[in-house]
Design a protein around this ligand. Structure first.
Ligand code: GLP
Length: 265
């Protein structure tokens, strides 16, 4: 706990970092949130202050050295905390300049997360406007994509997805009614609704294509017709191999970065 006390003092000295200091201290002291691993504690404190906008998008984080000195942690520990948040897309690193809170929405491709989770992790407020939230019969194309029998019932969602007032994406999702019997079970988040039914997807296949947005999509996304966009198709699976969603999305190209980590083996 010595490290926590030291951080408290430093927090008073560095005005801008007071919120981070306070959050770190809270995590050290509260029995409910106490996290034995220092790098996870620091990661959580950074995530919270970014979500609360105590450190704004585009603003720099204290240097690795300052953080490690202030907290009495090794630089390896601080680096590990930061690396995880860079991988999540919450922070970005510019060579020689330091670590910053990400301004564009950087979405790591290897993690199966929902739109709602991606935005909340960046301190943004996810919201949806529904154009369709109903139940119907599967089309031949959907039946092929989802391994469903002709005539099977499916839930259909057609939504514009917002961060606050800013439209970011349009999504059309199809979910077997055997998994989600009532479309009204989806309030803001499809994945939360699936989670409540113990049917959250475990694996997904995703296809991305660059597109120029047609008039209708461009109007809904508040951009000019022909603007760059990303078309994404996701098929997600349960542990037992059943397809749980088939979603086609159109994202604004000026706001989203999709990042993939590559390995040699
Ligand atoms: C992303 C994916 C969709 C998925 C959605 C779920 O946007 N591209 O395939 O359906 O997340 O998000 P939420 O749970 O916020 O509805």
């Amino acid at each position: 706990m010595a490290a926590c006390r030291k951080w408290f003092v430093i927090g008073i000295v560095f005005g801008m970092e007071t919120a981070l200091a306070a959050e770190y201290r809270r995590l050290c002291e509260s029995p409910q949130t106490r996290q034995p691993l220092a790098y996870l504690r620091l990661r959580r404190a950074i995530r919270t202050v970014v979500e609360h906008r105590d450190i704004e998008p585009g603003q720099a984080l204290p240097s690795e050295r300052d953080l490690s000195q202030a907290l009495g942690l090794s630089r390896v520990t601080v680096r590990k905390a930061i690396a995880g948040l860079v991988e999540e897309g919450l922070l970005t690193q510019r060579h020689g300049a330091g670590t910053f809170v990400a301004e564009r929405i950087v979405k790591p491709m290897s993690r199966l997360t929902s739109f709602t989770e991606d935005l909340r992790a960046r301190g943004l407020n996810p919201r949806s406007e529904f154009f369709e939230r109903g139940i119907g019969e599967v089309t031949p194309e959907e039946a092929m994509a989802m391994n469903l029998s002709p005539g099977a019932a499916v839930v259909r969602l057609h939504r514009v997805r917002y961060a606050g007032d800013e439209p970011l994406a349009i999504e059309r999702s199809v979910v077997p009614a055997s998994v989600l019997p009532d479309p009204m079970l989806v309030r803001d988040s499809l994945y939360e609704a699936l989670e409540r039914r113990n049917c959250r997807p475990r694996r997904a296949l995703q296809r991305l294509r660059a597109v120029s947005l047609g008039a209708q999509h461009a109007r809904l996304l508040h951009v000019a017709t022909g603007s760059a966009g990303l078309s994404i198709e996701r098929r997600s699976f349960l542990d037992d191999g059943r397809v749980v969603e088939f979603t086609s999305s159109w994202y604004r190209g000026d706001i989203y970065d999709f990042v993939a980590e590559l390995h040699t083996d």
